[in-house]
Write a protein that binds this ligand. Structure first.
Ligand code: BES
Ligand code: MN
Ligand code: ZN
Length: 490
């Protein structure tokens, strides 16, 4: 689907807004009149209330020269960006496979140019599909909607906003494609190849293989991939859009392309979802693509650790001790707590090599974060209150919400090992997400750092939010794009 902007509404099928209590916008009143009161009648015959995300589709209306007259709710008279996203998403969902091919949305007087961009972003998020492996999908099940034209009165301002939100939508699509991709098509070498292609966007790409990582002493990461025939990789993406000499913002992602648990094998039930255990890396890749596409005025570096966690005759065993690049030794008591082992070396390498302004890592790290926060909030853990505040604000602004949980030396006892510098799991099931974060902190020194546990938010089948139509949500791209835009580009 394509988003277009116009200053005046086009002819054909149209969509008009309503507010709370099903109050009609000016465009809706006009359409109601033109259609001989079809909207008023449809509203009284239905439960449409005009809330953000409510829709009403009138097919073959008389007096309107298109096949559809759609009313979409935006809630308040001055809807915020999230309400507009929800409206755009719900509207798109309502007509995506209806047979309609083009819809003209009248947004004049509702929100500003930024709001029009958010409306378009919501529409794109709802139009996302992952269909490439469906060879027998009948034509009437395929999306029919090809263009959504948004009229705002000032299309040039809206087009400027779309330079940002169009790039965000592209980043979200890329991240979702990566998360939804089955693991037989996305093992670390293939993943690294896809990242290399992003050089076309102006990103500088570097790939480390097992030889280089061995030289660097990254035995914590390498131990995780030891049971896989696929070579482990680290992919590095650099965007230099800021001032020369400004420290880059650092983004680090867990890219376990499949997590069987290794020798500490996971139960079969639901194991398929572990194709999404690279969601943190997907968010970093999507973010870097977005920053490049919208030519963000910052320097940033993204690093993703790509490994496959498999059981094998040569796999790492529970009880093994590995030496990380930092020199710290780790007793691997559970091979299923592998994400922290990967991140330990990538975090260390990132700060040694790039001395970033801060490090933000994203990882589908613990099942425990799902117990604590469900799919609705990501957990954040940080040594820096200001970063926490900035991320919370960005989370509110984008609806990619975060909730801060504690870390601190009182949790260290849980991960101390009697035979090595630390062990990779805590005691029993207590504070599982926190002990994982506490482990990571041992590899960040005193760099300002945030760990975002996205095990719940990065994968979500069956969300009721029209913006999240598939398993891979792309969580993190919108959050971090906004965080960067609000705090590092002005
Ligand atoms: N990738 C999993 C975490 C996960 C679980 C993500 C469910 C999404 C949904 C991670 O590698 C893992 O297995 N963590 C273990 C840690 C435990 C062994 C200390 C967990 O959460 O059970
Ligand atoms: Mn695991
Ligand atoms: Zn994992």
């Amino acid at each position: 689907m394509k988003i277009k902007f116009a200053s005046a509404p086009a002819k054909g099928s149209i969509a008009v807004a309503a507010f709370d209590k099903a109050e009609l916008s000016k465009a809706a009143k006009d359409a109601d009149k033109a259609s001989g009161g079809a909207i008023s009648r449809a509203i009284s015959a239905s439960r449409f209330k005009g809330g953000a995300g409510d829709t009403l589709v009138i097919t073959a209306p008389s007096g309107i020269d298109g096949d559809r007259l759609v009313v979409f709710g935006v809630g308040k008279k001055k809807p915020d960006g999230n309400a507009l996203e929800q409206a755009g998403a719900a509207l798109t969902k309502a007509v995506l496979t209806s047979g309609e091919t083009a819809l003209a949305v009248d947004l004049e007087g509702i929100g500003d140019a930024d709001g029009a961009g958010r409306f378009g972003l919501g529409a794109m998020m709802a139009a996302y599909r992952f269909d490439q492996y469906r060879t027998r999908l009948s034509d009437d099940k395929k999306p029919s909607l090809k263009t959504l034209t948004i009229a705002t009165g000032d299309d040039s301002a809206a087009k400027d906003a779309w330079k940002i939100y169009g790039a965000v939508a592209d980043g979200v699509y890329l991240a979702r494609d990566l998360v939804n991709e089955p693991s037989n098509f996305l093992r670390p070498p293939e993943y690294a190849k896809r990242i290399e292609k992003l050089a076309d966007l102006g990103l500088e790409i570097e790939i480390l293989g097992e030889k280089e990582m061995t030289k660097l002493g990254m035995h914590s990461l390498l131990g995780v991939g030891q049971g896989s025939v696929a070579e482990s990789k680290i992919a590095i993406m650099k965007w230099n859009g800021g001032k020369k000499g400004d420290k880059p913002l650092g983004f680090i992602g867990k890219g376990v392309t499949f997590d069987t648990g290794g020798i500490s094998l996971k139960p079969g039930q639901g194991m398929d979802e572990m194709k999404g255990d690279m969601g943190g890396s997907a968010a970093v890749v999507g973010l870097m693509a977005t920053l490049a596409k919208r030519k963000a005025k910052v320097n940033a570096v993204g690093l993703v650790g790509l490994v496959e966690n498999m059981p094998d005759g040569d796999a790492q065993r529970p009880g093994d001790v590995v030496t990380s690049m930092s020199g710290q030794t780790i007793e691997v008591l559970n091979t299923d707590a592998e994400g922290r082992l990967v991140l330990a070396d990538v975090l260390w390498y990132a700060q040694k090599t790039y001395d970033p302004e801060f490090m933000i890592d994203l990882a589908t790290l613990t099942g425990a974060i799902l117990i604590a926060l469900g799919h609705e909030h990501a957990g954040i853990f940080t040594n820096d209150d200001k970063l926490a505040e900035g991320l919370s604000k960005a989370g509110q602004a984008t609806d990619e919400k975060v909730w801060r949980l504690p870390i601190g030396p009182e949790y260290d006892r849980q991960i101390d090992s009697p035979i090595a510098d630390m062990k990779n799991i805590g005691e029993g099931r207590l504070a599982g997400s926190i002990t994982a974060a506490q482990f990571l902190q041992r590899f960040v020194n005193d760099k300002p750092w945030v760990h975002i546990d996205i095990a719940g938010t990065g994968m979500w089948s069956g969300s009721k939010d029209a913006r999240l139509p598939t398993f891979g949500t792309g969580y993190g791209v919108r959050l971090l794009d906004r965080f960067v835009r609000d705090n590092y580009e002005s």
